[in-house]
Design a protein around this ligand. Structure first.
Ligand code: OXD
Ligand code: MN
Length: 590
């Protein structure tokens, strides 16, 4: 019998498949109660109030930061844990040398023991969510079960979560199952397991973003990259941004940079005053799902609905848009506090911390006041450069793909790949200095192909082959470029000013794609001459610019030798076309 119009259907009745799974998890984890997330504002307000009452959230200064809260995580739970993150495929070869692997049966058995009874005295939350605009054919859905209300609040910001998503799941029947518990927050009892063949994730022992907000890295990258391979598209660690030139034309670009290399800054870039008439329109700042379209172009959606960005360094000079965006309705994690309850972080030019990120009286001898990986979670709509094309079910067409790393030396400011196939080699050769976004040593160079080293859910060799196949289906493929904003001189000083000035480099790329800008051939791809870049109003020494636009063949021969060794590790999975591209580069270098 149909429910009376005034009464909403109870959520468990909407999808049998989800309700059955929730029941199985309930029996295993033994929560005190079960709460299905509806996804409305009243529910978010009530959850927030509950956390404030429990002193897990601090209300921030309501004049300066209206609607903002601070959450302090456990001090040993502040970053992604790549060494505890596994891809569990039946065959180890499918996971590849780029992933930690565990047999799925063994992993499930291990996780079952951790999850058994772990939610006693806690509430089990069921979060149905949609990655991508609700009505987009490119969107995919999932359900996260968690015992962390902090995770719920984050998921409500980062995804389209609640009843509408569950209705879609009920309609198409398919969803990624993500089971999460903070457990005891014990680093010794912490695992993030992915089962791409089952479209399932199990995460235990951490409440940190990338480990616990399962829609993000776990679903939208690791599981989705696998799904994308079987369905003919790409799930990438890329921002998407629209650049409107003074003539009013907008072109969209997708950029892959490793974690904490300025993706959020680029996605919200503020054009320099000396480039009047340019506008930047943000579509996404971390993840892009890219589909070949019927017109032979590549079309992209941002699967997320919010930003989970690195706080330190954000200020009105480095990124005015981000700074304004996080002044209201923002959930801060692990920042410091001023005497009047304002959030504080390194890089802010005003205010003074009195409590550090652990809530202790601030003492500079104990390190930075805010954790270097402290984060903001905020709805994408709050960004002054937000573009409503983010909600377009068809996505946006991509004119250029940009890879970039944090390299003191080696990589020039920018170069252009010769074509898509060469572009796949350029992406595969990405390397960068590590940052605080993951547990481990900071500042050492590591290989990070397509910025996907921590996020590709299968063998990189097969992934590069998939990139080549997707490219072969594009009759109007995007141009492919590589940038390095982080090149330094012999004294360790940055050669390029970065931030808003990066638009000059992006403008050159768009002109290249339109056949309007000059470039010069080099063994590694096409480089601009200093005169090809718009430097009007830019203060930079000519020698610095010349250094940024040149390469050292000796250094690149060494780089290629290292790359050859690295790619060789993929054995028979390495596409022959990629090997051929590397050999051609080596020949050009002599
Ligand atoms: C992130 C990351 O949190 O890449 O976006 O680590
Ligand atoms: Mn990221």
């Amino acid at each position: 019998m149909a429910a009376p119009a005034h009464k909403m259907t109870a959520m468990p009745e909407l999808s049998r498949a989800v309700a059955d799974w929730v029941e199985t998890v309930r029996e295993l984890t033994q929560p005190r109660s079960v709460h299905w997330i509806e996804g409305n504002d009243a529910e978010a307000r009530e959850l927030t109030a509950q956390l404030v009452r429990a002193r897990e959230l601090t209300v921030l200064n309501a004049q300066e930061f209206p609607g903002c809260h601070l959450y302090r995580s456990s001090p040993n739970d502040v970053a992604r844990v790549e060494h505890l993150t596994y891809i569990c495929t039946r065959s180890q070869e499918d996971a590849g040398p780029n992933n930690h692997w565990m047999d799925p049966q063994q992993a499930h058995a291990r996780m079952r023991e951790l999850f058994r009874g772990c939610m006693r005295e806690r509430t089990l939350y069921v979060i149905p969510y949609c990655m991508g605009p609700l009505e987009s054919p490119m969107s995919r859905r999932g359900v996260e079960i968690t015992d962390s209300p902090y995770v719920v609040l984050n998921m409500l910001i980062m995804t389209r979560a609640g009843r509408a998503a569950l209705e879609l799941i009920a309609r198409d029947g398919r969803f990624v199952k993500g089971l999460h518990s903070i457990g005891e927050l014990d680093p010794e009892r912490r695992f993030i397991m992915h089962y791409p063949e089952e479209l399932a994730i199990e995460s235990y022992g951490s409440g940190y973003g990338g480990n616990a907000l399962l829609g993000k890295k776990c679903h939208a990258l690791r599981i989705a990259s696998w799904q994308a391979r079987t369905e003919g598209w790409l799930a990438e660690h890329m921002l998407i941004v629209g650049l409107q030139n003074p003539e009013g034309e907008t072109h969209y670009i997708a950029c892959a940079f490793p974690s904490a290399c300025g993706k959020t800054n680029l996605a919200m870039l503020v054009p320099p005053e000396s480039m009047p008439g340019w506008r930047v329109l943000t579509i996404g700042e971390d993840i892009a799902w890219l589909h070949p379209g019927p017109d032979g172009r590549l079309w992209a959606i941002n699967p997320e609905a919010g930003c989970f960005g690195v706080v330190p360094g954000t200020n009105p000079q480095t990124n005015r848009n981000a700074y304004e965006m996080i002044r209201r309705d923002t959930l801060f994690t692990n920042v410091a506090l001023t005497a009047d309850n304002q959030p504080w972080w390194e890089g802010l030019t005003s205010g003074k911390p009195v409590l550090d990120w652990q809530g202790r009286p601030y003492d500079p001898a104990r390190g930075p006041a805010a954790h270097p990986n402290s984060r903001f979670t905020v709805a994408a709509r709050g960004n002054p450069s937000y573009s409503s094309r983010m909600e377009d079910p068809a996505g946006v067409p991509i004119t250029a793909i940009v890879f970039g790393g944090r390299r003191r030396e080696v990589a020039p400011l920018v170069y252009e790949a010769r074509d898509w196939r060469h572009g796949v080699l350029v992406g595969a050769s990405l390397a960068s200095e590590t940052t605080a976004a993951a547990v481990g040593q900071v500042g050492v160079v590591r290989r990070d192909p397509m910025a996907m080293q921590p996020f590709c859910g299968y063998n990189f060799g097969d992934y590069w082959q998939h990139w080549l196949e997707v490219g072969a289906r594009l009759t109007r493929p995007p141009g492919v470029f590589h940038v390095n904003w982080f090149r330094r001189d012999s004294e360790g000083k940055f050669l390029w000013p970065g931030y808003g000035e990066n638009l000059r480099v992006l403008a050159w790329m768009l002109d290249r794609c339109a056949g309007k800008a000059g470039a010069t051939e080099s063994p590694i791809g096409r480089l601009p001459l200093p005169a090809d870049l718009n430097t009007r109003g830019l203060s930079i020494r000519p020698e610095a610019l010349a250094a940024l636009c040149s390469i050292d063949a000796d250094v690149w021969r060494r780089e290629c030798a290292q790359l050859r060794e690295y790619l060789g590790g993929y054995g028979s999975h390495l596409p022959a076309a990629l090997r051929a591209e590397l050999e051609a580069t080596e020949r050009r270098l002599g």
